[in-house]
Write a protein that binds this ligand. Sequence first.
Ligand code: SF4
Length: 449
Amino acid sequence: MDQKLTTYATRTVPRYTSYPTAPHFEAATDGATYAEWLGQLPETTPVSLYLHVPYCRSICRYCGCHTKAAVRDDPVVDYAEVLAAEIDLLARHLKGRRRATHIHWGGGTPSLLPAESLRLVVQHLNAAFDIGPDAEHAMELDPRTVTEDLAARLVEAGINRASLGVQDFTPKVMEAIGRIQPYEVVADAVARLRAVGIEAINFDLMYGLPFQTGDDVERTTRKSAELKPSRIAIFGYAHVPWFKVHQRLIDVSALPGAVERMEQAERARMALEELGYVTVGFDHFAHPDDSMAKAVREGTLKRNFQGYTTDTAPALIGFGASAIGKLPQGYVQNAPDVGGYKRAVLEGGLPIARFKTLSDDDRLRADIIEALMTGFTVDVEEVCGRYGVDPKALDASFDALVELVRDGLATVEGWTVTMKPAGRPFVRIAAAAFDAYLNAEAARHSVAV
Ligand code: SF4
């Protein structure tokens, strides 16, 4: 591989699931600002909801999520009661029982919620929000936990999309990441979900794992596609042991290098395109009949904390420890530690730990970055026009793109920036050129590919 591409692939840049990115949120002393924002949300504004359940039965070595191990159900049952209380608390700050268009349960392993706990939280959701039959209601699942009983409980709760963590089917790789989950386990989980009518199924695959080769990635991708998931995301493993200490169990010497990582991502992309999947941004793929492929065709694709999304609701409300929400006025994040989160809710306060009020400059740059990340092109003059800003104010960002243009990875024509096909894996680097907050801390982000 070209030495230049290797250099780009090892650059550390944010994933831009938000702009400004979470490290730039500010400490909140109380929930007053959030309460004010919620109160200003017009009654007719639809919302999407995110619920975070930070528990798993055991911790996988590669995990980058905000979660902890719960061997017994007690802490999970307890947590569900606090989630229900938080929903009630938040609903009191909103005008009216508004429509929820998307609901996403993430974690952790939200399917660890025992039947009664899941029922309780869903009852509180239904009381606070108008959840129509057309709402997308998704839950992240560990395929090893999908029993017939769980599938039935999910349907009863209204779940109509399941997102399964698949990673890689290669025995040596599964062993190295501490998660043994062969193809048959995933196939059984899919069959159980489909048997109860949950047809929309997403798979999350990974590359860059210890001992993983390009052949492993391609074989896993093709085997996964045999199960006909509606969406497949392929994420690069981010080795950040200073942040996620359990990753110290991963043998660093077994991790693929930058060149191998790029080839692995490329082999997965080529296999999925050959199999008829539509490429969505730089790491998602959708069946042509899926709503995400339609969003790509219609130019309505968005980006949020789950990555690429079809969700166009102007407000995202997060529930649970560490959950992030976004309102038109800015971002809010709940207390990350379960203890602090619970205390705040039980004392009757919104459990906010951090927030970020958006300035006009933030909004302008966020629009540019989202356009690049979703469609690989942006007319900066047009975006600036929406904010009454002279695009010359972004000259420094264009200067930062010179290298990508020189290396044939992007073009700049007038004020329009476009990633060339060869440059698409590096779109985060182009987005970073428009990030006013990025500084020497860059080393704490994951590598570009
Ligand atoms: S099941 Fe998912 S969230 Fe839980 S430890 Fe494993 S990777 Fe992390």
